[in-house]
Design a binder for this molecule. Structure first.
Ligand SMILES: [Mn+2]
Length: 351
């Protein structure tokens, strides 16, 4: 197959072993990162070397990084930005040295993603991540102490308030100009070492608590890609994140950006959208959620997509426990579904 099937692995603390991952039919690549150092620090080469070795011992290739986190000071354009950008570039060089071809990152203020519950039970007894607006309404992080799942607990409430105010002050245009500075520094380095940078869209793709969000829709993705017009400046197209806004036509967007060869990495999962904009993460199949995953894959295959694909979050099923969204069983089912869709779609294109 043209596409490269991959699986996210959280390193030695991940309850899912590399051996189990390698037993998923068609599995090729591992998506991981150096988790033991903080954003803004250089990644030890030994850690990268060790991961590469462990993957190879399990007949897997460690060639995708998710993610090299972008320090808040880079996004805010304050403090030691130039030093932090140098560190970021050095990390790209080090990744490339150990075989990495694609690096995912995001440019979301403060929080990587927002959900109101991580273990919502469905009728069939499976659990998944959800965001219900009725649970969000009335919450004000500037006034209340809020602990939503997934929010970095290393921040104190006062630090969160300070960050929210700082982002409020720069607004969307401030965030765009800091992103531009980041791209103009980082993309030439990625080009030089044969790495494709892949930005992950905001999840969900609209402002929350007044924090600016810019990687949200077709118009903004167009603007993003034009800042540096290079295949090294690409998208990690997450259909589950962009698909949380009913206004995003993900099939049309995937077709357009695949045709332009600006998708380096695909995150495939499905979400069930509610009338009020709330959503539940569902099984991967088109019939389980609001996204037509078949049409997404068809758009990729018709454009001879040969980038990385991974089953994104899965539900917790069959009594499995572990990191919400990142169990083995449902993601393995997702991988098998993805294999089937791609085999059929790619063969249809060849005929
Ligand atoms: Mn994703």
């Amino acid at each position: 197959m043209n596409m490269k099937l991959s699986f996210r692995w959280y390193g030695k603390d991940d309850p899912v072993s590399l051996e189990y991952i390698s037993q998923i039919p068609g599995m090729r690549s591992i998506v991981s990162a150096v988790y033991e150092v903080k954003p803004g620090e250089v990644w030890p080469e030994e850690s990268l070397a060790k991961m590469k070795e462990e993957c190879e011992a399990n007949h897997l290739v460690f060639d995708v990084v998710e993610s090299i986190p972008v320090h808040e000071n880079i996004k805010l354009g304050r403090g030691d930005v130039d030093h932090l950008l140098d560190v970021y570039c050095e990390n790209i060089r080090r990744c490339a040295k150990y075989g990495i071809k694609c690096v995912t990152y995001n440019f979301m203020p403060v929080f990587d993603w927002t959900r109101t519950q991580l273990d919502k039970k469905a009728e069939d007894g499976s659990t998944s991540l959800v965001m219900y607006w009725e649970q969000m309404r009335g919450l004000d992080p500037l006034k209340d102490d809020i602990h939503l799942p997934g929010w970095d607990s290393s921040y104190t409430q006062d630090e969160v308030r300070e960050l929210i105010n700082a982002y409020g002050a720069i607004g969307e245009e401030g965030l765009w100009s800091n992103l531009e500075k980041f791209l103009k520094k980082v993309i030439p380095v990625a080009e030089e070492c044969g790495v494709r940078m892949a930005i992950h869209p905001d999840d969900p793709p609209y402002p929350i608590f007044g924090l600016p969000r810019i990687i949200t829709c077709e118009e903004n993705l167009d603007r993003f890609l034009k800042i540096v017009d290079s295949p090294a400046n690409s998208l990690c197209f997450c259909i589950g994140s962009l698909g949380c806004a009913a206004s995003n036509d993900v099939v049309k967007m995937v077709r357009k950006y695949a045709e332009m060869d600006r998708i380096a990495f695909m995150h495939l999962r499905n979400v069930k959208l509610m009338d009020d904009g709330s959503f539940e993460e569902s099984g991967h199949l088109s019939s389980c959620g609001s996204i037509d995953v078949y049409e997404v894959v068809k758009a990729l295959a018709e454009n001879h997509f040969d980038g990385y694909v991974r089953p994104d979050h899965g539900r917790m099923i069959w009594g499995e426990t572990g990191k919400p969204g990142y169990g083995l069983f449902d993601r393995a089912l997702g991988a098998t579904y993805i294999n089937g869709l791609f085999e059929a779609a790619e063969k249809a294109v060849k005929k």
